[in-house]
Design a protein around this ligand. Structure first.
Ligand code: BGP
Length: 482
């Protein structure tokens, strides 16, 4: 069997502005929903609890707070190290770099008529540098960084007006970057809106009476935002591709008991509801019953469904870290995962943060998604968060990370052989950055080490880990040498 990856396979790395960029308040940047998360040492391991949703008052307090440390305001200081970091990407041989734009860097409050020129120049510089190095940017329009002003004044994505603000922002960036960016992604992990409602949609706990109804209404508005982004992207940059993005924690039924199997199926439908709308262009019929059971109805205006139908995405991108288990009557034996806890699978090992490691699950998941949608799949996040030890000579021997990545890449190759169209693979946090769920720096994913601790102490200097050379070899050999 011919085991090569496709010759135009997009190997690379991924980051998100709110966890990597820093530059808080610089260059005219407005505050984002990520800027108000402070580091809480008690929450650093095994994120079992669902995140507490802040009230308006919490948000206002955080903005004036001088006692706590807010890691996402500083990230890994990419803002001041663009050229140096892009040199490292080039040394690794990246074909693609997945990044996100900060909406409030471009529209500081979100509802202005005109963009912040300095913000636009900042990203243009990045795109120029990437072009010099022949690296394709893959740009997410919204990755947990929503303008605070829109959260406080408009209740975020619950308000239909937000669609118009988003449309203005996306048209602005498509026009400005049309010569540089040919791969776009709409909303990061749109399907976890009920866990990340504040971060991704600006919904404070006091802006909704019925949170489920509010989240689904916000999702409807994001679907329209996504359809408009697809429409304008295709019109302004005809040679570009734009995709949806799911957090795809694939799940297994706990037993072969039909009740467990059904519950798992149902839970999977509720995750794929989002990509069903964005890829297939319509609300799936199974959601009617779900909305009825919840006693909610979504406000849909004339023209919404046609817009969604006529503007489906070109590809589906996913984050994949672990798998979960679902049963009809859950036992009280939960493990952690990105944002949502899951039941334990005794066949799987866990990371130091309790995320279950399942490389074969990635192959199953890729096959499953491709069977359902028949559009190319892009793995835009996968990686291992671990504590790294810096040896006396400065080296970092992260064999465990190499082992994790290798196992997963092997399964990507199996899926390609199964016939799945996989566009590319970008390692999450190719350079250390602030953790989404715990706001830690010590939960490291990188091939490159950043000298900073959980309180932002350190030089922020970069150094290569053992996995750096390994991944460079993988890209050089187009996946032949793993
Ligand atoms: C995904 C997010 C990323 C990211 C990753 C790892 O859900 O899209 O932003 O950070 O999870 O999560 P964590 O940083 O909490 O380990």
């Amino acid at each position: 069997m011919h085991r090569a990856f496709p010759k135009d396979f997009l190997w690379g790395g991924a980051t998100a502005g709110s966890q990597y960029e820093g530059g808080y308040g610089l260059g005219g940047k407005g505050s984002s929903t990520s800027d108000i998360e402070y580091f809480q040492p008690s929450e650093v391991r095994k994120t079992l609890k669902e995140k507490r949703v802040p009230t308006r008052e919490d948000v206002l307090k955080s903005m004036d707070d001088t006692l706590n440390y807010y890691p996402k305001r500083f990230g890994s200081d990419f803002y001041h190290r663009v050229d140096e970091d892009i040199e490292l990407m080039a040394e690794l041989g990246f074909k693609a770099y997945r990044m996100s734009l900060s909406w409030p860097r471009i529209f500081p409050k979100g509802d202005e008529e005109n963009p912040n020129k300095e913000g636009l120049r900042f990203y243009e510089h990045i795109f120029k540098k990437l072009r010099e190095k022949h690296i394709q940017p893959v740009v997410t329009l919204s990755h947990f960084e929503f303008p605070i002003h829109l959260a406080l004044e408009y209740d975020g994505w619950i308000n239909r007006k937000t669609i118009g603000f988003f449309e203005r922002y996306v048209k602005t960036v498509f026009e400005r970057y049309k010569d540089y960016v040919k791969y776009w992604i709409t909303f990061n992990e749109i399907n976890i809106l009920n866990y990340s409602g504040f971060l991704s949609a600006g919904i404070t706990s006091d802006s909704v009476h019925d949170s489920k109804a509010g989240y689904y209404q916000a999702a409807h508005h994001q679907f329209i935002g996504s359809a408009l982004a697809v429409k304008w992207c295709h019109e302004i940059i005809p040679d570009a591709k734009i995709g949806a993005m799911l957090s795809r924690r694939y799940t297994y039924p706990k037993t072969s008991k039909p009740e467990d199997v059904y519950e798992n199926y149902r839970s999977s439908q509720l995750t794929q509801f989002y990509s069903d709308v964005q890829v297939r262009g319509e609300y799936p019929r199974y959601m009617n019953r779900h909305f009825d059971e919840l006693g909610i109805s979504i406000k849909v205006e004339e023209g919404d469904l046609d817009l969604i139908k006529n503007n489906t995405v070109d590809f589906l991108s996913i984050s994949y870290y672990s798998t979960g288990v679902v049963s009809a009557v859950p036992e009280d034996d939960f493990v952690a995962g990105n944002l949502a806890p899951s039941e334990r699978n005794s066949f799987l090992e866990q990371t130091e943060w309790g995320w279950q490691i399942d490389d074969i699950g990635l192959r199953t998941c890729l096959n499953d998604l491709y069977d359902r949608y028949r559009v190319p799949i892009f793995i835009v996040e996968n990686g291992l968060g671990a504590v790294d030890i810096v040896e006396e000579d400065g080296s970092i021997n992260d064999e465990y990370r190499i082992h994790y990545l290798k196992r997963h890449i092997q399964q990507v190759q199996e899926a390609i052989l199964d016939g799945v169209e996989v566009m590319g693979y970008t390692i999450w946090g190719w350079i250390d950055l602030v953790s989404l769920t715990t706001s830690q720096m010590e939960k490291r994913y990188g091939l490159v080490y950043v000298d900073a601790d959980d309180y932002g102490q350190g030089t922020y200097d970069r150094s290569r880990k053992k996995s750096f050379d390994w991944y460079k070899g993988v890209i050089e050999s187009n996946g032949k040498v793993l």
